[in-house]
Design a protein around this ligand. Structure first.
Ligand SMILES: *[C@@H]1O[C@H](CO)[C@@H](O)[C@H](O)[C@H]1NC(C)=O
Ligand SMILES: *[C@@H]1O[C@H](CO)[C@@H](O)[C@H](O)[C@H]1NC(C)=O
Ligand SMILES: *[C@@H]1O[C@H](CO)[C@@H](O)[C@H](O)[C@H]1NC(C)=O
Ligand SMILES: [Zn+2]
Length: 352
């Protein structure tokens, strides 16, 4: 859902278009949105009819505290960006400084100003993992992120560019509470099959297992499901194990060698662990089937190409790539967004 906030018109001083992407995920089972985790990008180029020639500022999206991000692998291809524009991720940099780094790019001479900027905040994802999405600490964290967005907007207004800047705020996932002892322990499957720790690549909301090559994947899957359906394993009926090629097609989760051959899907809010080590009873997680409403996030677009106050129907985040390349007027790489999406979302170019 996109909500383009109303704002007071100011004079356009710069002929520039800028795109800022703040990734803000929301978690809520109710109709209203709850900011969750955020990361952001800003982008800008001087004329719509001239392809941008500068790519910049990237504070990358991996948080060492986030177990789901630990196994991210580098994106294929090269990232050519001058050192002073492309900071490596450093979770210790205060959020204020991150915002100010972006704002300072606007004070550079026009030909040194980056064309595309990204800002990333690891909150409230960070708190969400520890206390679940419904805790007052999350409200506090959301307030703080809101303050950062305010700082950014104020800084842009001070420079009289806010109206000409394109800003996209988007989250990469939602969050759901995992309270009430919703655990499934692989240890409990021992009577059907032993799952050595070395086979297990991930636990939590997504189970992934890579058995040694001399073991039959189908047999492991069958034995596990037999145990899970026996009625003798705690919460066993909440976990279903698949050969990755048998997963529902809509998940698009079989095409890569990096995906282990066995994947387990759990019901919303449940978690898989190797064994009972006395886990906290109330925490939060994401990574569940994206069909769950709690895994959804928000999208907010601001700028010359977004109609004010317009709401659009729900869409998948894979569409955002083409939206950005359309705004920038560049040819993107092949991707899984639909080519017509940007047209349905954006206003036509406004030639000054
Ligand atoms: C970008 O601009 C610089 C000079 O301003 C030029 O040397 C360089 O070739 C340009 N790069 C591209 C990809 O056009
Ligand atoms: C990360 O940021 C902190 C705070 O600005 C700084 O003190 C530290 O040196 C940085 N670490 C690296 C590896 O750059
Ligand atoms: C996603 O896009 C890539 C690159 O174009 C393509 O190879 C792949 O088949 C696409 N996947 C789906 C499910 O459309
Ligand atoms: Zn997370």
């Amino acid at each position: 859902m996109a909500i383009i906030p109303d704002e007071t018109p100011t004079t356009k001083l710069l002929i520039s278009s800028l795109l800022l992407t703040t990734f803000i995920a929301i978690s809520s089972t109710a109709a209203f949105a709850f900011l969750f985790f955020s990361s952001a990008a800003v982008n800008h180029h001087h004329h719509h009819d001239r392809p941008p020639n500068r790519t910049a500022a990237r504070e990358t999206q991996s948080s060492s505290r986030d177990p789901n991000l630990l196994r991210w692998v580098p994106i294929r291809g090269s990232w050519i960006c001058p050192e002073n524009y492309c900071a490596h991720y450093n979770g210790s940099v205060p959020f204020e400084d991150r915002v100010d780094t972006v704002l300072n790019y606007f004070d550079l001479p026009i030909d040194e100003m980056p064309v595309f900027m990204m800002l990333y905040f690891e909150d409230p994802n960070h708190q969400g993992h520890m206390v679940g999405p419904d805790h007052p600490r999350i409200t506090k964290s959301v307030k703080n992120i809101d303050r950062m967005i305010g700082r950014l907007i104020d800084g842009l207004e001070k420079r009289s560019v806010f109206q000409d800047v394109t800003i996209i705020m988007v989250g990469d996932h939602g969050m759901v509470g995992t309270c009430d002892k919703k655990y499934i322990y692989l240890d409990d499957l021992g009577s059907w099959i032993e799952i050595p720790e070395e086979w297990v690549q991930s636990v939590g909301p997504v189970l992934s297992i890579r058995p040694p090559s001399d073991r039959s994947v189908s047999e492991v899957v069958a034995k596990m499901n037999e145990g899970l359906r026996s009625g003798k394993v705690k919460n066993g009926d909440k976990l279903r194990v698949y050969r990755k090629e048998d997963l529902p097609e809509r998940l698009h989760y079989s095409g890569s060698e990096r995906i282990p051959p066995i994947i387990g899907l759990v019901e919303e809010g449940f978690k898989i662990e190797l064994k009972d080590l006395g886990n906290p009873e109330c925490a939060g997680a994401h990574g569940y089937d994206n069909a769950f409403f709690s895994m959804r996030t928000i999208f907010i677009g601001h700028g010359p190409r977004f109609a004010r106050g317009r709401k659009v129907p729900t869409f998948e985040n894979v569409e955002i790539y083409n939206l950005i390349t359309s705004i920038l007027g560049i040819n993107g790489a092949p991707n899984n967004g639909s080519s017509s999406f940007a047209k349905t979302m954006l206003l036509p170019h406004n030639h000054h």
